[in-house]
Write a protein that binds this ligand. Structure first.
Ligand code: V47
Length: 414
């Protein structure tokens, strides 16, 4: 079936794209089956340029992964460490105390691959302060589902970051973590109450992680104990109801099939229709995450090829006609492919990152220092024929002078 489909023309899909018509599930599957990567890219670029012209957005941020202890055992994940009863106190993450008393992560590329760890609230606040001092506009904070930390830890974390770095936008906690907080809170809180308390403590928006693939078969095979699609959508729907913007992701290139990826995108598209029509906020951005097998229980899988990466990014742009931004996360697609993706439907690149513990391309061992400088990101974007524009988390333009920055004052969040 794939062979016969691959030879068929995409002319009717091209007509729909040119007319701004919504694509169907069958259209999406046909795009995946097609071998005409140039045509898929051309079509995705029509949509991308219609929405954003030549602009490619990027942001100056820091990712902070506060713990790798996790009660889940997702097969695709190489980050989690089990928390055993009577476990020794967590290994320090490797923060170093400088002569001025400031904490920092070791910058050399030879720090060992992380053992189990958890940060204190003070350490996180210090990292946020350093991020702000270096000019970051956002901290992106996620971690494992820690069995012992109380909900107050997460509230204190947000409050401490606000106190240490008031200008930083806190984008934190996947939907899975939010559900975890409802379970550990005493008395037990609803999703809405958890989100409102976090917002009052300083949380600005939710990242898109934890979505994986919205399909029962894939869920049961690869991340059985994780909250499923209903929980994920409940969290994002509630966030949108209270006016909090969020992102959405899809983890592809493991045991899922192309038609399941398209179903995933359509479920997000339907949810976005509802949010745009009835809620105060919506998805800002979709981030397809390219599966990195190394070190995970699915480590024998080959992972997605470059063509699957490009197709997935381009098809996301075509299917998700109501989500404004498609982001290439260079940590997962590689910087080289993320650059190419700017001409395959993507209008956004995340980010300066600095440290990222969840995945590492080309060798899980060694340091998790993974940093992109502003200059390199701008150069990659310019070489791709696009115009680099720095944005904040809510896609307002950032005007920068060194580490000092301001957002475009008139712009409403998109
Ligand atoms: O939820 C875990 C995924 C996610 C692997 O919202 C893996 O702006 C690939 O969600 N290979 C976390 N992916 C990252 C994430 C994200 C990243 C950048 C920007 C935003 C945003 C969100 O990473 C997890 C999981 O789906 N993941 N293990 C792996 N081996």
């Amino acid at each position: 079936m794939i062979a016969s489909l691959s030879a068929t023309s995409l002319e009717d899909i091209a007509e729909k794209v040119e007319a701004g018509e919504r694509l169907t599930h069958a259209d999406g599957v046909r795009l995946y089956c097609s071998r005409d990567i140039h045509e898929i890219g051309r079509l995705a670029n029509i949509v991308r340029e219609r929405q954003h012209g030549d602009i490619a957005y990027y942001n100056v941020n820091r990712h902070i992964n506060y713990t790798n202890y996790c009660v889940l055992r997702c097969k695709f994940c190489s980050f989690y460490r089990p928390y055993e009863k009577g476990d020794a106190p967590p290994h320090p993450r490797g923060l170093e105390v400088g002569h001025d008393g400031a904490l920092s992560l070791p910058m050399a590329g030879d720090a060992p691959k992380l053992n189990s760890y958890e940060y204190t609230v003070e350490e996180i606040a210090e990292l946020a302060r350093q991020a702000a001092a270096a000019g970051a506009t956002e901290v992106h904070i996620v971690g494992g589902l820690h069995p012992k930390l109380p909900f107050s830890y997460y509230l204190d974390m947000c409050r401490a970051i606000c106190a240490a770095a008031p200008k930083l936008h806190i984008k934190a906690f996947t939907a899975i973590e939010i559900i975890h907080f409802t379970r550990i809170s005493r008395p037990r809180l609803s999703i809405r109450e958890v989100l409102e308390r976090l917002r009052d403590a300083g949380l600005g928006s939710l990242p898109g992680g934890g979505a994986e693939i919205f399909d029962d078969r894939v869920h049961d095979e690869a991340y059985r104990n994780k909250v499923g699609e209903q929980g994920w959508f409940d969290v994002h729907g509630t966030a949108h109801e209270i006016g909090m913007y969020t992102n959405a992701t899809m983890l592809y290139g493991h045991i899922e099939r192309p038609e399941e990826r398209i179903t995933h995108m359509i479920k997000l598209r339907e949810h976005q229709d509802e949010s745009l029509a009835t809620r105060k906020a919506a998805f800002n951005c979709f981030i397809p995450l390219s599966f990195i097998p190394e070190g995970s229980e699915l480590g024998e899988l080959p992972g997605p090829t470059g063509l699957t990466d490009l197709k997935t990014l381009a098809i996301s742009r075509l299917m998700l006609d109501n989500i404004p931004h498609i982001k290439a996360f260079w940590i997962m697609q590689s910087a080289k492919l993320a650059q190419v993706a700017l001409n395959f439907g993507c209008d956004d690149m995340d980010g300066t990152v600095v440290w990222y513990d969840i995945t590492k391309r080309e060798g899980g061992a060694g340091s998790t220092h993974q940093e992109m400088t502003i200059e390199r990101m701008q150069a990659l974007i310019r070489e791709a024929g696009r115009v680099p524009v720095e944005r904040d988390t809510l896609y307002r333009r950032v005007f920068r002078q060194g580490a000092d920055w301001q957002v475009e004052s008139s712009a409403a969040p998109r």
